[in-house]
Design a protein around this ligand. Structure first.
Ligand code: 13P
Length: 288
C-alpha cells in the first residue's frame, strides 16, 4: 500500500472517537520502529517530519522514498499518511510537489489576515492534488525546531475563520506545550477546547505536544473533538534512556557491541514499545 492522504483516517477517527497517532520521525530506524508498532497493533498512522528533521535526513524527496520503500519492504498493510509538521509556506509547497500526502501550514506567527490568506492558498493547492491540510491558529507553547511560541490558548473566532477555509484538521493551542511539561503545568484547558469545537462546527482538532500528557486528559480531549495527537519528545526520551543504559552498562565494549545494529537496538525496541502503548491509549489500535 502506498502512502495515503490523512483526510479519511482523521474523519473516521473523529466519528469513532479515537485519535490518530502522529509520530515525528528522525531517521531510518525511527521510521521502521513506528511502522513496526502500527502494523503490530493494526493502527492507522501519520508519520510526520519537521522541516529540520527532513533536512537532517537528506531532504523531503528522500523521506517520501524512504517511507514508501519501507511500506513495501516491511509489507505494511495499515494506512500510512506522510505529513509535514509545522511547515512554512515554501516547505508546504515543496512537500506537496514531491509526494507528501499531507501538510501542515503553520501560519500562526503571521497576523490572522495573512495566516488566512496563505492558509487558503495552501488548502486550495493541496486539495487539487488530493493532499490533506492542517493549519494552526495561535501558537503552541514551547520550542520546536528553534521556533518558540508563547501563545497557548487559541481564539475560537480565529479558529472558526480558518476552519471555514475548508482545512481538513486544525491545530489550536489549549494549554498544550511542545517538549517536556514543566512540573507546574496547569493541564489542558477543556473549556477552551469545548469553545473551539463549538465555534468550528466540530472540525477535527489536533493536539500538539502530546508527549507526557496524562491519558485521562488525552481521552477527555478526544471526546471533545481531538482526532490527531502529535508525539515527538516521548519517543526521543525513551530512545535516549535505553541507549544511555546500554552504554553505561558497558555493553558497547563487549564483543561487537559497538556495531550500530546492536548499539541502537535497545533504543529501537523502546520506541516500538512506547508507540504501541500510545496507539492503544489513543484508542486507534485495531482501527486499521
Ligand atoms: P512533543 O515533542 O511535545 O511530543 O510535540 C510534538 C508535536 O507537537 C509536533 O508538532
Amino acid at each position: 500500500m502506498a502512502i495515503v492522504s490523512a483526510t479519511e483516517m482523521i474523519n473516521k477517527a473523529h466519528e469513532g472517537h479515537y485519535a490518530i497517532p502522529a509520530f515525528n520521525t528522525n531517521n531510518l530506524e525511527w521510521t521502521q520502529c513506528i511502522l513496526k508498532a502500527v502494523e503490530e497493533t493494526k493502527t492507522p498512522v501519520m508519520i510526520q517530519t519537521s522541516e529540520g528533521a527532513a533536512k537532517y535526513m537528506g531532504g523531503y524527496k528522500l523521506v517520501v522514498d524512504m517511507v514508501n520503500d519501507l511500506i513495501d519492504s516491511m509489507g505494511i498493510t495499515v494506512p500510512v499518511a506522510l505529513h509535514l509538521d509545522h511547515g512554512s509556506y515554501e516547505g508546504a509547497l515543496k512537500c506537496i510537489e514531491v509526494g507528501y500526502s499531507s501538510v501542515m501550514f503553520d501560519g500562526s506567527h503571521f497576523d490572522i489576515d495573512e495566516n488566512l490568506k496563505k492558509s487558503k492558498e495552501i488548502i486550495d493547492l493541496a486539495h487539487s492534488k488530493g493532499v490533506s491540510v492542517e493549519c494552526e491558529v495561535g501558537g503552541i507553547g514551547g520550542t520546536e525546531d528553534g521556533v518558540t511560541s508563547s501563545g497557548e490558548l487559541a481564539d475560537p473566532a480565529e479558529c472558526k475563520a480558518v476552519a471555514d477555509l475548508g482545512v481538513d484538521f486544525l491545530a489550536a493551542g489549549i494549554g498544550n506545550i511542545h517538549g517536556k511539561y514543566p512540573e507546574n503545568w496547569a493541564g489542558l484547558n477543556f473549556d477552551r477546547l469545548a469553545e473551539i469545537k463549538e465555534a468550528t462546527n466540530n472540525k477535527p482538532l489536533v493536539l500538539h505536544g502530546g508527549s507526557g500528557i496524562p491519558f485521562e486528559q488525552t481521552s477527555k480531549a478526544i471526546t471533545l473533538g481531538v482526532s490527531k495527537i502529535n508525539i515527538n519528545t516521548e519517543l526521543q526520551l525513551v530512545f535516549a534512556d535505553a541507549t544511555r543504559k546500554y552504554i553505561e552498562a558497558g555493553k558497547d565494549l563487549e564483543g561487537k557491541g559497538y556495531d550500530p545494529r546492536k548499539l541502537l537496538k535497545p533504543g529501537a525496541d523502546a520506541i516500538v514499545a512506547k508507540a504501541v502503548e500510545l496507539c492503544k491509549a489513543f484508542g486507534a489500535a485495531g482501527k486499521a
